[in-house]
Design a binder for this molecule. Sequence first.
Ligand SMILES: Cc1cc2nc3c(=O)[nH]c(=O)nc-3n(C[C@H](O)[C@H](O)[C@H](O)COP(=O)(O)OP(=O)(O)OC[C@H]3O[C@@H](n4cnc5c(N)ncnc54)[C@H](O)[C@@H]3O)c2cc1C
Length: 360
Amino acid sequence: MRVVVVGAGITGASAADAIRRRGAESLLVDARVPGQATAAGAGIVCPWSSRVSDPAWIALADAAAARYPDLVAELTEAGRPDPGYRRVGALRLASDDADLAATREQIAERAAGSPVAGAVEVVDGQELFPPLRPGQAAVHVAGGARVDGRAMRDALQYHVPRRTGPAQLLVEHDTVVGVSIFGKRIEADAVVAAPGAWAPELLRPVGVEVAVTPHRGQIVHLGLPGTDTAAWPVVLPPSSHYMLAFDDSRVVVGATREAGAGFDHRVTAGGLAEVLTEALAVAPGLAGATHLETRIGFRPAGPDLLPLLGPVPGLAGLVLATGLGASGLMFGPLVGEIAADLALGVDPGLDLTPFDPLRS
Ligand SMILES: Cc1cc2nc3c(=O)[nH]c(=O)nc-3n(C[C@H](O)[C@H](O)[C@H](O)COP(=O)(O)OP(=O)(O)OC[C@H]3O[C@@H](n4cnc5c(N)ncnc54)[C@H](O)[C@@H]3O)c2cc1C
């Protein structure tokens, strides 16, 4: 069996790799449009500190976070390049004593059901993340993790044959029979569409409307030359902003969440000001850091916080996997594996009702 996967972000890379590992043939097609979310995403994997209460989101997020360590071990054992996943812990900062107690209780309750969440305890934030304000109390979740989206994507797609170009779906008698790139026909027994925020552009020509829009994120990378940042945890302030460190003396602070910017791939003065103001208010110790780069990505936002995942009604042979929004680096590997199962006709063992790909 041969499956074409459209979109080589983390979701499509995972689907294409899973199809191969399940013994079928896969081909990964990507248009390389600027603003791939996977290439810009921060990489926080810590569902237990989230305030989302939807049970379907919680169940999928916990399963996605729990899948990471095993998947990374499988990739590493198979000799793939380092997927850049590290369980460095996460700090949820509290605004006052009452917030600290409530936050600790909420996170401990959420973490209790997870095999990978680890211990939850109150700590002095600055001891673990030195640029923070002195005396900043925080709740620490030991199993919180970070992943380098580019490295994970590349580790997943390592053995998958790839083509570059904008894919169009080929439909015959209400069945997707492959894709075309620059007019060249590539036939397939099934197609997985993982086109991120560009889902409407791919599906509208075949008469399918999907409720996905781009949410632009501007995210700033700072350098702290000579500082070993490898073990620093993810930091989650009370706002929607955050910061995390990578192994190469790098701290990433983000991010804007812009629903009305379309696919405008620019760093804006307002975006930079917002991200840096929020970061320095929480971590004044970053004031002397070097500005390395600002990345831009378009989060694929659906009508709610759940992915759009499943076979597309009325078009046989097509599985959609998008709408991963602000949590797609966490969801992507698992959602890709589920999409692979669906494309191969394997029961993924999950009630797909909440993920209806055509809901609006
Ligand atoms: C600033 C920022 C911070 C984030 N932080 C986090 C975080 O901390 N934790 C977290 O879990 N998530 C985070 N996210 C969200 C996460 O990055 C995304 O949800 C996830 O990467 C989406 O992956 P995807 O593979 O579905 O889409 P994408 O990564 O956008 O990939 C889609 C791909 O499809 C290709 N494509 C589209 N149409 C076609 C076509 N017709 N033919 C061929 N190719 C096509 C595009 O070129 C693109 O490469 C963040 C996102 C941003 C922008």
